[in-house]
Design a protein around this ligand. Sequence first.
Ligand SMILES: Nc1ncnc2c1ncn2[C@@H]1O[C@H](COP(=O)(O)OP(=O)(O)OP(=O)(O)O)[C@@H](O)[C@H]1O
Ligand SMILES: [Mg+2]
Length: 160
Amino acid sequence: MTTETTFVMIKPDGVKRALTGQIIDRFERCGLTVRDMKMARASQTLAEEHYAEHKGKSFFEPLVNFLTSGPVIAMALEGAEAIGVVRKMVGATQPKEAAPGTIRGDFCHMGYDRAAEVIGTMPNLIHASDSPESAARELALWFGDSEGFKDYSRCDAELF
Ligand SMILES: Nc1ncnc2c1ncn2[C@@H]1O[C@H](COP(=O)(O)OP(=O)(O)OP(=O)(O)O)[C@@H](O)[C@H]1O
Ligand SMILES: [Mg+2]
């Protein structure tokens, strides 16, 4: 099993809906270690860089506007196969397709709403790196060359 570090971000809708604690709780419960974390407001440049792979798509400009619309919580999470594990925990991109038990599946329907069918694809609470290359790029983009807090272990580390 490979130990990986992935980049995870609670998007402005997750912060505004006060879901930060519940979302981080899920990652802690599944054994991931928080190596870095900060609240930040993405600049236009940072948001465009973060979603550079989507440049040219019809939703790119609204996506950048959405990401800069409020503060986010950025995290570096470490654990066994962390990149794939976190993507599974996050769920499908489109909230209405996200399975129950996933973060998007469980929380995107609350409020403004799957039932009312007004929820689109964009406010889907959370971002997670989709590959080792994305993780390295995104961690560098958001945390610079900081290695984060590597000087501690979880008290239950030997169980994982
Ligand atoms: N067709 C679309 N219309 C509107 N917004 C979209 C659309 N497709 C994607 N998005 C938005 O752009 C983000 C990036 O899309 P991507 O295809 O990378 O999905 P993802 O990898 O599941 O999400 P993320 O990169 O945020 O973790 C999505 O999370 C969503 O907010
Ligand atoms: Mg993506």
